[in-house]
Write a protein that binds this ligand. Sequence first.
Ligand code: GAR
Length: 205
Amino acid sequence: MTDRPARLVVLVSGSGTNLQALLDACADPAYGARVVAVGADRDDIEGLVRAERAGVPTFVKQVGHFTSREHWDRALTDTVAAFEPDLVVLAGFMKLVGAQFLERFDGRVVNTHPALSPSFPGMHGPADALAYGVKVTGCTLFVVDAGVDTGAIVAQRAVPVEDDDTVESLHERIKVAERGMLVDTVGRMAREGFRVEGRRVLLGR
Ligand code: GAR
């Protein structure tokens, strides 16, 4: 990345608390990044309201509005590319991006997942961890590849599972750790740069 603030495009599908943490961090010029656009795969979500409140441009690309998944992926790719991101952050984005997207933003797309990879990939990380009975779970920030939550790991934080946890209480505890991980790590990626060597992601130049 360069000396100017890194340009972030953030994609969301829901409440957008991770997005909010990034927006708040970016309010400090020393953070080294700014959110230049927020995209979603659905209307009427709190994440889009958060972006609008912060004065950040938004866009929506719904899969159902396109004749195929490939057309959706092309439209999403072109729209994100128009904002010239240095880094694309998937923050609770509940769709798999496609081949065109990954090719265009090769190695510059990160996703936050509410489990300690490689355990419990997919849509139900907290529920799957609770059902398995693990005593420790957490969150993972990774560089997106063509798999489901399989990309090279940038950061992880551990979170204890309590005996009386529900899926909701566990997920809320994970999300507190997740927001800290996301803000700390995206800031370092923006300020210090990063490189991917095989399965390892190295921060710094
Ligand atoms: C986060 O916990 C994120 O890791 C998860 O959705 C939540 C979004 O919360 N994403 C996934 O499960 C993707 N597989 P938020 O909308 O409040 O940021």
